[in-house]
Write a protein that binds this ligand. Structure first.
Ligand SMILES: [Zn+2]
Length: 395
C-alpha cells in the first residue's frame, strides 16, 4: 500500500435517480448565465434533456445559450469557437450536458473563455507550448448522460488536434467541475453498443488507476469496487437498457472511476488508445481501449503480476491455490469474459483499417503526446514494447 499521496477532489456531486430536478433549486449554481455545451448528434434535443436543463436553469434564475457542435473525439476548433461564444454572450459558467466528449469540451471552453491565445498554447505535451492559463477558468457544471469517462469527478479533458494527429489529456485545479449532477435516469436512453464501450472505458480507468505506481488507499478502494460493479452490471445494462438498478450501479462505478483518476492516474493503455484514435478517429475511445486491452494487460501481467490478483478477485475469478502468475492471468480470463458478456468482440486493429506499417508510428505518437502515463506504468515500456503490444492486438 502506497501511503504517500495527495487527495484532492473539490467537486460537489449530486448523485441519484431524479437528481436533475435539483438543478432548478440548488443554491450552488455558479452563475447567472450558462453556455450549455452539447453534442452535434441531436440526442440531447431528441430525448428532451436540453429542454429540461434550460427550464431548470431558468427556474433557478439563470439564462442560457447553447453550443451544439461537439463531436465524439472532440476537436480543438470547437473548443475555441465555443469559448468565443461564451465571451461574446458574457456567460459566467459553462454547463456540459452529454457524454464525456461534451463535458471535456465544456471544461476546455471554460479555460479558453478566460485566457488569451490558442488552446494548444496551454497543452503540456506533444506540440503544446506548456503555458499556464493564469486566469483560471469559468466555473464548470457537468451533467453526464453516459457512464464512461468519469469526467464529472476529475479535472481531465481530452481534446484532439487533427492536423498534427494529437489527442491529449490535460487539466488543472480549475478544470474540476464545481457541480456535477449524476442522474442515472438520463442514461437509460444510451444504446447497447455505446453502453458497452463507455462501461469498458470506466472499467479500464479503475483497473489502470489500481495498477499505476501512484496508486493510493482511497483510489484502491474505489477502483476495486468499480471493477466489481462493472463486471456484474455492465452485461445487464447492455441487455436491458431500461434496468435502472444496473444503470445506477454503473453510474456510481463510473463516478468512482473518475475519482480514481483524480487520486491516482490512468497508465499507458490510455496513451496507446489516444494514439490509435488520433490516427483513426472513427474508433470510439472505449472500442480502442477494448481492442488493445488483452494484449496490453497480458504484457504487463507477464512481467509484473503483483497487483493483478486483486483485480481478478474483484471480477469474481476463483484464484485461491493458484500460483501468483496464474492469479494474475486470471484477470485476463475475467477481462475476456467481460468483453464477451458486454456483447463485444475481441476486435483486431486490422479490422479498423490500421496497417502494420502504422504500428510503430502510433507507438512513437503515444510517447510524444501522452508520455507521462508511461512513467506511471508499473513496468518500463519502450517504443519497441509499445509496438510489440500493438502487434499483438493487430490481427
Ligand atoms: Zn478513458
Amino acid at each position: 500500500m502506497n501511503l504517500d499521496f495527495t487527495l484532492y477532489m473539490p467537486t460537489r456531486v449530486l448523485f441519484g435517480c431524479g437528481k436533475l430536478a435539483e438543478l432548478g433549486t440548488t443554491p450552488f449554481l455558479p452563475g447567472k448565465k450558462a453556455l450549455i455545451v452539447i453534442g452535434a448528434s441531436g440526442a440531447m434535443r431528441k430525448h428532451g434533456y436540453l429542454k429540461q436543463v434550460v427550464q431548470l436553469l431558468k427556474k433557478n434564475g439563470a439564462d442560457s445559450v447553447v453550443y451544439d457542435k461537439i463531436q465524439p473525439n472532440p476537436l480543438v476548433e470547437h473548443v475555441e469557437e465555443g469559448a468565443k461564444i461564451a465571451r461574446r454572450e458574457k456567460c459566467d459558467f459553462v454547463l456540459g450536458l452529454g457524454g464525456g466528449s461534451t463535458i471535456d469540451s465544456a471544461k476546455s471552453i471554460a479555460v479558453m473563455a478566460k485566457n488569451p491565445g490558442r488552446y494548444w498554447d496551454y497543452i503540456l505535451s506533444g506540440s503544446g507550448k506548456g503555458k499556464t492559463p493564469t486566469k483560471g477558468a469559468l466555473p464548470i457544471v457537468a451533467i453526464p448522460t453516459t457512464a464512461g469517462t468519469g469526467t464529472e469527478a476529475d479535472p481531465w479533458t481530452v481534446i484532439t488536434k487533427t492536423d498534427t494527429n494529437e489527442k491529449i489529456g490535460w487539466g488543472n485545479a480549475f478544470t474540476f467541475p464545481t457541480l456535477s449532477i449524476v442522474d442515472p435516469e438520463l442514461m437509460v436512453s444510451v444504446p447497447p453498443s455505446q453502453t458497452a464501450y463507455t462501461g469498458m472505458d470506466a472499467f479500464f480507468h479503475s483497473v489502470e488507476c489500481y495498477l499505476a505506481i501512484c496508486n493510493q488507499p482511497t483510489s484502491d478502494h474505489l477502483a476495486l469496487e468499480a471493477v466489481s460493479l462493472i463486471t456484474k452490471y455492465l452485461p445487464i445494462a447492455v441487455k436491458d437498457g431500461g434496468n435502472l438498478e444496473a444503470r445506477t450501479k454503473l453510474a456510481w462505478a463510473n463516478t468512482e472511476a473518475g475519482m480514481c483518476e483524480s487520486f491516482s492516474c490512468c497508465i499507458s493503455h490510455h496513451s496507446m488508445e489516444h494514439a490509435l484514435s488520433a490516427y483513426f478517429p472513427n474508433v470510439p475511445h472505449g472500442a480502442g481501449l477494448t481492442m488493445l486491452s488483452v494484449a496490453y494487460f497480458s504484457y504487463l501481467a507477464e512481467r509484473n503480476p503483483s497487483r493483478f490478483p486483486d483485480l481478478a478477485r474483484a471480477m469474481g475469478e476463483k484464484i485461491d491455490g493458484l500460483s501468483k502468475k496464474d492469479q494474475a492471468m486470471a484477470f485476463i480470463t475475467g477481462l475476456k469474459k467481460l468483453i464477451r458478456r458486454a456483447g463485444l468482440k475481441e476486435h483486431k486493429l486490422s479490422e479498423f483499417g490500421v496497417q502494420r506499417s502504422d504500428l510503430r508510428k502510433m507507438a512513437e505518437n503515444s510517447f510524444h503526446t501522452m508520455g507521462k502515463l508511461f512513467e506511471l506504468t508499473p513496468i518500463k515500456l519502450t517504443v519497441d514494447d509499445a509496438t510489440a503490444i500493438y502487434e499483438r492486438a493487430f490481427q
